[in-house]
Design a binder for this molecule. Sequence first.
Ligand code: DHE
Length: 499
Amino acid sequence: MLGLAFSAASMAQADAPDANMLYNHHCAICHGASRLGGIGPALLPDNLSRLKRTEAVEVIRDGRIATQMPAYDELLDESEIAALAEWIFETPEVEPSWTDEDILASHVVTYPDGILPDEPVFQVEDLKNLFVVVEIGDHHVSLLDGDRFERIARFPSRYALHGGPKYSPDGRYVYFGSRDGWVTKYDIYHLEVTAEVRAGINMRNIAVSADGRYVLAGNYLPHTLVLLDARNLELIARIPVEGLDGDTSRVSAVYAAPPRNSFVVALKDIPEVWEIRWPKERAAGDETLVGDFSLHRMAVPDYLDDFFFDPEYRYLVGAARGGRGGQVFDLDSEAKVAELPLEGMPHLGAGITWELDGRRVMAIPHIDRGQVSVFDMSDWTLLTQIETDGPGFFMRSHENSPYAWVDVFFGPHHDRIHVIDKQSLEIVETLIPEPGKTAAHVEFDRRGETLLLSIWDDDGYLLWLDANTLEELGRMPMNKPSGKYNVWNKTQYEEGTSH
Ligand code: DHE
């Protein structure tokens, strides 16, 4: 037996499967000859960073339910599957590019803007109390009626949506961004995708201007921003991200800053913050013009990432690289105004604010330690650090709710979720809705009376709770539900939700 095993292993070594050839034969037709994606997602190391290698083997062998990815267990043997799964994590020899021509070629408009009637094809009490729920388990999105807690539609999304979907100001349309660079516009009233375009190869997120006219996408790969017309997602400009010193940079994230009529851009590799004003006002002294848009570059004392904004969008709080704390940057005076004792990895994007004793406070969870830091925003002093049962990721509240919710996503107790009293700044309840399964990401209905909580599992569900008594009101099975987004809360920039 031993001898046989030995000789089989040696033969396998000699005849090691040619992964490149296997890829061209079986995968390229859907995932693209250069691994940039096609019907299937891009198979490049950065795009696959959310996928474990063992999962890659399983997907190739067993396929993906509810997608066009078939099972290859009958066509490929174990060693071939293993070789392919290894190979897709290797950096390609030539860095892939994504040009204007690629963007234009990817653009599809199924229903041109204005062609579909204004009347919704379904009836609900309140169109502003709808929720969009992203189900990352099988890459789908559900649309829910927030009054009756019923599903109106469920439709396939692009592979690996990331960041919050963004609504048009009237709440009729929702825009999604995928890690593979796809921007999708969906007409909620007609339950149809109306337009799509691929803005990059590895995208971070998208933002929609407060006037609803523009969409901005930020990419890791290539180092670009892509500005789109929100009506049909036509390309307006592809903006190379190059710093004052000539270095190019990945985009960490893009944000809309409604009171400033601008987009604000966080950059990963250069110590600058960019602001792009949409063509309503143009600030004096802007050095670069992008069509009618003005691009304003601000040098910052450090590499700043993961932004939180005060409600007026004057101050930006960013995390300094290497866990060296948080910095408050005044977008008007373009100066650092405070340093925050935020060592490690604060998750500023998940921060929320509320009124406490007549002043505004900001609370943020930390990705690498079990605490929530609470600051007085009038002078940026640290009020307290609330100890939690582990590192968290998302925080949520609502103006009408006495509670703030924070998960402990990354810790061993990820099945717990804390309820914090916004006045005493103490944890008053810790729920364990489903032992062993991650409980994360809360979103309130528009009135702040009820809330949705994800049981973040392939065999997961949404929980529907009374926001005051914390009593369970219902549940709905879902495939790894992640973020949930209420139309009213998002379009009104409600203080307890992400923007
Ligand atoms: Fe996210 C939002 C960055 C990993 C799920 N995430 C955001 C935003 C940023 C960000 C900057 C705000 C943009 C927006 O909403 O438009 N996320 C990062 C990272 O840098 C990080 C740590 C590493 C990475 O590889 O990107 C990261 N994020 C994750 C995940 O692992 C999560 C849990 C699962 C996933 O889908 O990838 C995840 N991120 C989310 C979600 C939001 C988000 C659900 C929107 C939250 C909201 O309530 O608005």
